[in-house]
Design a protein around this ligand. Structure first.
Ligand code: AMP
Ligand code: MG
Length: 342
């Protein structure tokens, strides 16, 4: 299969490009497109064949349900049996935006989309290209991240092509995605609502709208995942990544010691931590200031992929010292990317 790459303006996407992508989706094709979080791999959500093709292209286990992207609240309501009142409240505050709501599935949603669960995950993306595509396709679009299963999510079209060239029909390339980490997934089928995956909307913001939101995702049991983002090994580079606890000085020591073993060492670090290193590793990916969670989020996956391409023996990263706001999601991603923790 030839994968077409179509450049689009990120704020005013060219109608011809959008119509081409929408027609491809309507025919059951696979289209990667930018959302505000990461690039998604879209398929017609009501077409089981298209959805199965999507799982195949990603190498994603069919037990791992997909997020359905829709144009607005009415389109979301059509996919659920009775929206809870709290959904409308949250939608008013956070949609369009990076909040995914898990609700009861309506019969129109194929079991393939939800991995056989009786719930469905839905969001309204804010990226102008995603919005234009949904408006033109006039369909719900199932769209997991456009990477090969378990690899870091793609924040640029080049990342999508590195993983999926020849496996999908088309990529809409609108440059880097602004947020860089996935949506927050909130389960509204239980009361109080529970965060299944930390993401771009932080817990504090959710609790300002719904104070009883809980932050304890259930441990993934066998069978269908309550939330695919909960798979322990996820978002990971191929190069083994070691997550180091402790302060910047002890991290610098770990880096020096590992280099002294003659290994090719890559370091993923905030600018401050990078400046505190005693020796210069083979490769350093700078995440920007450790005071800027948004900047770190925007760079994280691209930095992981950059180090992964540098033929290193090991990637070392110091755990972020904060747990508030977006840091919670960022620490979660480091933990899932790590082969080991020390
Ligand atoms: P991604 O591949 O990054 O788009 O991940 C898809 C996300 O969808 C997972 O992290 C889950 O949290 C979420 N998800 C999809 N469907 C469901 C569902 N029915 N119940 C719970 N979580 C879901
Ligand atoms: Mg994913």
């Amino acid at each position: 299969m030839m994968t077409a790459v179509v450049r689009v303006d990120r704020t005013h996407p060219e109608p011809a490009a959008i119509l081409r992508a929408a027609a491809c989706l309507r025919r059951g094709g696979l289209v990667a497109f930018p959302t505000e979080t990461v690039y998604g791999l879209g398929a017609h959500a009501l077409d089981p064949t298209a959805v199965r093709r999507l799982f195949d292209a990603k190498g994603r286990p069919s037990t791992d349900p997909l997020i359905v992207h829709v144009a607005g609240l009415d389109e979301a309501a059509a996919l659920t049996t009775g929206m809870p009142a709290v959904a409308a409240l949250l939608a008013r505050q956070f949609w369009p935006g990076p909040l995914t709501l898990v609700m009861r599935r309506a019969a129109v949603v194929p079991a393939e989309v939800t991995a056989g669960l009786d719930t469905v995950a839905i969001r309204v993306p804010a990226h102008p290209v995603a919005q234009a595509l949904l408006a033109a396709a006039r369909l719900p679009v199932a769209a997991p991240s456009a990477n090969l299963f378990s690899r870091p999510s793609p924040t640029r079209a080049e990342h999508v092509l590195d993983d999926l060239r020849g496996r999908i029909d088309l990529v809409l390339d609108a440059g880097p995605t602004p947020v860089g980490v996935e949506s927050t997934v909130l389960d509204l089928t239980v009361d109080p609502p529970v965060v299944l995956r930390f993401g771009a909307i932080d817990l504090e913001s959710l609790r300002r709208v719904v104070p009883r939101v809980q932050a304890t995702p259930p441990a993934a049991a066998g069978g269908a995942m309550p939330s695919p983002g909960l798979l322990p090994q996820h978002y990971s580079p191929r190069t083994p990544l070691t997550l180091c606890r402790g302060d910047a000085a002890s991290f610098a020591e770990v880096v020096s010691r590992t280099m002294a073993e003659g290994r090719r060492v890559g370091v993923l670090a905030t600018s401050e931590d990078a400046a505190a290193l005693g020796h210069t590793p083979t490769a350093v990916a700078d995440l920007g200031s450790g005071h800027d969670a948004r900047g770190v989020a925007a760079r994280l996956y691209a930095a992981l992929r950059e180090l992964d391409a540098a033929q290193l023996d090991v990637i070392l990263v110091r755990d972020f010292p904060r747990d508030d706001g977006l840091w919670r999601a960022l620490r979660d991603r480091l933990r899932r990317a790590a082969a080991r923790t020390m």
